[in-house]
Design a protein around this ligand. Structure first.
Ligand code: ADP
Ligand code: MG
Length: 733
């Protein structure tokens, strides 16, 4: 009998909603209270020390030993007051998760006496050496040199984490190998931010505003997620092992009534949301919106945007906190891109823009025509960058999980395109068609250039296209194709870098144009016009999920690469290598290593899914089906014994046959899939292995096995079915 499923269901049904009260009704009373922020440092550090640190952060200079000791001493005092007993360097290795290794502040005496002292030296603040041999390095770190080191990134503030057991001071760090190659997401992201800063600042200074000394990319990631009851989760080995359900027949009611989106949030869920938001606010994470998403049991949380590397840290921290707080409410959070077949998946829309040190959003339209030339410049350059590097952007979101959101049978096609909205489309069309004008000075000039026609407010919510992978949404671009479980750093590194590259070229082109056309504004518009023409094919305003688009995109020559192993190749094209090397973001060696890691991760994920599928099918599904079948056989024999007409037994024998048929296909396909896995596992070449896993394991067997298992779910008595069903998983109370 399916005892685990039923006891889990009983538990799930009797969960109380845990009421949560915020520490204060005013968020500002507790916002950032667990962060060793610049403000805290200003208050607690000697003023000379603070000034030196601030200088180092702004100029990106090295923090010397003396300074580090002073900061460490103050940081320790602050953390001890918060109840911290341990400290850890907190980083984001290429596993995609966050990593931490806790050390206690306490040091006992050497003589065995029961004395000791809480210590924290500058060296421990600045650098730690986790035994890095088990983190992925793509061969960058030879096995004999197991060490990597983490180094404090003072641009991301330290914080105290008091969730779960104990209280720990967390110090955000980068993670590099002993030979200096980055082994994390953050290092290249910081380099790419620097690249786009240099390029955008140069454009601003030269043509628009000499007071701009720094431009930083901003990111506001909208995080979608599913919640399932903890007990039901633990009755689904597929959710535990792979984060998604590998089997499960569609429930009678899915999302067709469209009654969940923005609907009222169930109290148990709302309490959970309030709870994790409080924890995040204490950690200085500006969470802003919460609502139901399209699918049942799907929700979304979004913070206010921040500088990109801080936003990336915060998104990783947020996922971690959400998982920890979920325990208190007996939930499990699923960030997987497609936890349930037939129902919407989860993305992480990366809202991205560029901001100047003097507070200008470079992608924000304005009521002043002159300012709108700035807006138009950056807007057109981003569109051009997406056009020129669409394939690389596609590669940046290629994971096994995201394959279910891109290019698979129920998912939209994996074509990169850019949605601008009707207003900006007509502005660009006009710009393209207005020819080379000879215009005079002042407002009149902008009018003739078509620039005065940009309405100041484009934040029109009706002009939205949910089907576009990359959309302009009023004052920022939204990279919507990023997967729910992704670390945003990968796609953001690519976006920063391609925009940096385009802006550098833009400046060269304008400088060339200025030799023929001395009027700066006209020269700029002339170059923009050429960019608009050149990047036309990437613009698409229609339904990105339709078959017509697939045909149209093919006509336009846009790529539609469906699988991850193939898409990842774009990281290694000559063009990509040159791009990353030119801007100092990745070395060629490092790119190959990262590519290898991404393929390995892909292989492992599919391998795990395939193994779980096999285990569940052979050890749970088939036995349950056979058990029920035996009961039916007994029933048929019984009917015969008591002399019931054979025609009545036929109903039962039909079910027996159906079960036998499905069981035999499941068994046969599982064994065949196992053979393919063996072939793949023997392959030396990671790319070949990934392709084999993709096509010969996943594509060849996952759907067919699932189909027959899901048929069995509809045949076998509910009493015998071992796995919680979709209707049970998806409707949390
Ligand atoms: P919508 O996507 O419906 O417009 P919001 O306006 O709330 O919703 O924005 C979604 C996300 O975009 C939020 O995280 C928000 O902070 C972020 N965002 C807004 N402006 C910018 C910007 N200039 N740069 C980066 N992100 C931004
Ligand atoms: Mg949005």
């Amino acid at each position: 009998m399916a005892t685990l499923r039923f006891s889990a269901l009983q538990m799930a049904q009797n969960r109380p909603s845990i009421n949560v009260l915020p520490p204060s009704n005013k968020i500002s009373d507790y916002f950032g209270m667990n962060v060793f922020s610049m403000d805290t440092m200003k208050r607690t550090l000697p003023s000379e020390t603070y000034k030196k640190l601030k200088y180092c952060i702004e100029k990106g200079e090295k923090i010397d030993a003396l300074l580090a000791d002073q900061i460490a001493a103050t940081m320790k005092e602050w953390a001890l007051l918060k109840g911290a007993t341990h400290f850890t360097h907190w980083f984001q290795p290429l596993t995609g998760l966050t990593a931490e290794k806790h050390d206690t502040f306490f040091e006992g005496a050497f003589d065995g006496s029961a004395t000791g002292i809480e210590k924290f030296k500058g060296t421990a603040l600045i650098q730690q050496e986790p035994d890095a041999s088990s983190f992925p390095s793509g061969g960058l770190r030879a096995t004999f040199e197991a060490r990597g080191y983490t180094a404090w990134d003072p641009t991301s503030p330290a914080f105290v984490m008091d969730l779960g057991v104990g209280t720990t001071l967390c110090i955000p760090t980068i993670f590099v190998s002993y030979t200096g190659e980055p082994l994390d997401y953050k290092t290249p992201l910081l380099k790419s931010s620097h690249a786009v800063d240099m390029a955008a600042t140069a454009v601003m200074q030269e043509y628009f505003d000499s007071e701009v000394t720094k431009v930083f990319p901003t990111l506001g990631p909208e995080q979608e997620y599913f919640l399932v009851d903890r007990a039901l989760y633990y009755a689904r080995p597929d959710l535990i092992m792979s984060g998604r359900s590998l089997f499960g027949h569609a429930p009678a009611r899915g999302q067709q009534l469209e009654d969940h989106y923005f609907g009222s949030i169930p109290p148990r869920v709302q309490n959970y949301m309030v709870d994790f938001e409080i924890e995040l606010l204490k950690l200085g994470l500006p969470v802003k919106t919460r609502h139901n998403e399209v699918a049942p049991s799907q929700f979304e949380v979004a913070p206010t945007f921040e500088e990109v590397s801080l936003a990336v840290d915060h998104n990783s921290l947020m996922m971690d906190v959400m998982e920890k707080v979920a325990e208190r409410h007996n939930f499990k959070v699923l960030f997987h891109e497609k936890p349930f077949a037939g129902i919407n998946g989860s993305g992480k829309h990366n809202n991205w823009s560029l901001s100047t040190n003097n507070g200008r959003n470079l992608l924000g339209p304005s009521s002043k025509p002159k300012d709108n030339l700035i807006f138009l410049t950056f807007f057109v350059n981003v569109v051009k960058a997406v056009h020129d590097h669409a394939d690389l952007l596609r590669a940046s979101i290629a994971t096994s999980g995201n394959e279910h959101r891109l290019g698979a049978n129920e998912a939209p096609p994996a074509i990169m395109s850019c949605f601008l909205g009707s207003t900006m489309s007509s502005v660009l069309d006009e710009l393209e068609n207005n020819g080379k004008l000879k215009v005079d000075k002042g407002e009149n000039m902008y009018m003739k250039l078509g620039i005065s026609k940009i309405p100041p407010i484009l934040l029109d919510n009706t002009d939205r296209n949910r089907t576009s992978p990359f959309a302009f949404t009023g004052n920022k671009f939204e990279f919507r194709a990023v997967g729910g479980s992704a670390n945003c750093a990968g796609p953001m590194t690519v976006l920063n870098t391609v925009v940096a590259d385009t802006l550098i070229q833009f400046k060269k082109d304008v400088d060339t144009e200025l030799k023929k056309e001395p009027k700066k504004e006209i020269a700029i518009v002339n170059v923009l016009r050429e960019y608009v023409k050149a990047s036309k094919k990437i613009r698409f305003e229609g339904n990105g999920y339709s078959d017509e688009w697939v045909k149209e995109a093919a006509k336009r020559g846009l790529s539609n690469v469906k699988t991850s192993p193939e898409a990842l190749d774009f990281y290694l094209t000559k063009k990509s290598v040159k791009l990353f090397v030119d801007h100092g973001v990745h070395t060629e060696k490092e790119l190959h290593a990262r590519h290898e890691i991404m393929l390995e991760t892909y292989v492992k994920k599919i391998q795990i899914e395939s193994r779980v599928m096999y285990d569940l099918a052979i050890c749970e599904i088939i036995p349950a089906a056979l058990l029920y079948q035996s009961q039916l056989i007994t029933n048929v024999k019984g009917l015969k014994d008591i002399g019931i007409d054979a025609k009545y037994a036929k109903t039962t024998t039909d079910i027996i046959k159906d079960i036998a048929e499905h069981v035999s296909v499941v068994k046969e396909k599982c064994e065949a899939m196992l053979e393919e896995r063996k072939i793949a596992n023997d392959m030396e070449d990671t790319k070949a292995k990934a392709l084999h896993y993709c096509h010969k394991v996943k594509v060849a067997y996952f759907d067919i096995i699932r189909y027959h298992v899901d048929k069995l779910e509809q045949l076998v008595s509910d009493e015998y079915w071992p796995l919680p069903k979709y209707r049970e998983l998806l409707f949390v109370r």
